[in-house]
Design a protein. Sequence first.
Length: 682
Amino acid sequence: MALSTWTQAATHPFGIRDLVMLERVDDPQLSPDGRLAAFGVRRTDYEANKGIHAVYVLDLARGGQPVRLADQASAPRWSPDGRALYYLAPADGTTQLWRVDFASGKHGPDLGHPGAPVQLTRAPLDLDAYKLSPDGRRVLLSYAVFTDCADLACTKERLDGRAKTKASGTTYERLFVRHWDTWADGRRSQLFVAAFDANGQLPAEPTWLSRGIDGDIPSKPFGDAGEFAFSPDGQSVYFDVRIAGNSEPWSTNFDLYQVPADGSAAPRNLTADNPAWDAYPVPSPDGRTLYYLAMKEPGFEADRFAVMALDLASGAKREVDPQWDRSAGDLAVSADGRTLYATADDQGRHPLFAIDAASGKVTRVTGEGTVAGYALAGDRLLLARDDLRHPVDLYLADAHGRGLRQVTRFNAERLKQVQMGEAEFFTFKGWNDEPVQGYVVKPVGYRRGHKYPVAFIIHGGPQGAMNDDWSYRWNPQTYAGQGFAVVTVNFHGSTGYGQAFTDAISGDWGGKPLEDLKRGWQAALGKYDLLDGERACALGASYGGYMVYWIAGVWNAPWKCLVDHDGVFDTRAMYYDTDELWFEEKENGGPQFEHPENYERFNPLNHVSEWRVPMLVVHSGKDFRIPDTQGLGAFTALQRRGIPSQLLHFPDENHWVLKPQNSVQWHDTVNAWLKRWTAPQE
């Protein structure tokens, strides 16, 4: 089954320098009447080595080109009447809330004549996230504060005092001491509320809604405003949070809370009966039902997210979609309350689905590719879509996905100048002869009858998938542009093929997935004669990096070289080094000190004596998920055994390589390594 193509004039193969300079569209927002769109765009300042975010607006009714409304801005949100746009932007060294009003035109707000930006908050701290009330009179605000402080100024004073002291030590009494890429400083992200005055300004000191809650709202490190919401009448606020205590690093017990919007009472736990993950509250339009997402297994971050409905009057809960074997995300509800919308991985794609709120019947709304974000207003959907050959752009459709049309073309001129490889999914019999899916990307310049070196990419997660989507880190087109064919396999443990398929990897990291990779490699070689099996390298990051270390000792025969990015080299040490312990305990049946045999069963370190294939090791100093001692240990093993090897270390990156110039260095180093070991032998 061929993936979507885009026939354009082309002058050079797609490469990393093309990738890093593309404009990245995200966060689509529809005005209440569905006529106007707001969204974010990130462009790259290569010399400054960073991305620059901006907010754009587009009149969907009149067409034309998007208008850049604000630079260094993000998180655009429409006012309830659609005549103003709110967003986050800097002021005096901190992130604050801003608003732009639009003049009234013949057909509504005139995007061509915005008013002057108005600063609405003047807090001494960064505003991290916000959400407007349905009537636009109040706003929820998330600030990182010291919870024993009485006001925001106290937190600022304490931070300033720390900056002035010459002593640099910090004493910790519990985990997390560091999380993802940041050391804990004692602050918590807390939820506040404030009302606009007659001039549209917010008070200097908002009302603290989550006081007494020992947790982060939104959650760290990737939480956002989807984790809190107003009720339709604006009288209540719902939020999710994981109570920290001493168990935060090994707990996934998020709960939903309700609190009066005026802060007159303490928050009340609505989901205390479920010891697993409850999150992402979405109130029904009539205010009677709270929809949300919930997992059933405690301590498991990759359990299926079911769509739940909570009757707020009786407290009764029901699962809306019990027959749908997919894990939902990005939940929303239609204006009439009859339809829920959610995205989910599904057979190598990430579409949008509609769910009947009463019956739970699920209908696919979009087809190929990935829905990276969406907004709903009336009978209109604004979709952020991408696929293996196209970065994100915005598309407009009706609420059923009909009449889909593209409304932005941010990278069209740049992409006219590049050539990309064609991609195709294939299916084979994997472990236990169960169907497993993968895909092949042909190299740029492919000619029938010729054979090409292969980049065999192993995805991370491990509960993830190589989907029909566009990536800025592991993009198959960067390899296709270098003359490599790409092969990937969505092995047991991948998402989008049912929860049992995803669960199959737990406790078996080196078993079923390895069998799938072996069978997938043979299936690809048998199906695609363009693949040169004698000139192939395997690459992977995170779990994919673990698998690279694993196959280095137990399946190294096919490979001319290996590339390992931020992989797990020693599963025993990994338990004590990583930040999130729930992941290690779920995947290995409990703590290492209780089940050491489980951690040794598939430990790559135990097979170093069988390593022989040249390997490039990449690791980053701010990676607290898989700390860089794992990569250093692997490089030490390679050097001590005399195996050709290189170590590329980024002191300023986390689990991902994000800075533009570092990304170019990463790709140049990896591509040089691949070419060195797959060059034709004379």
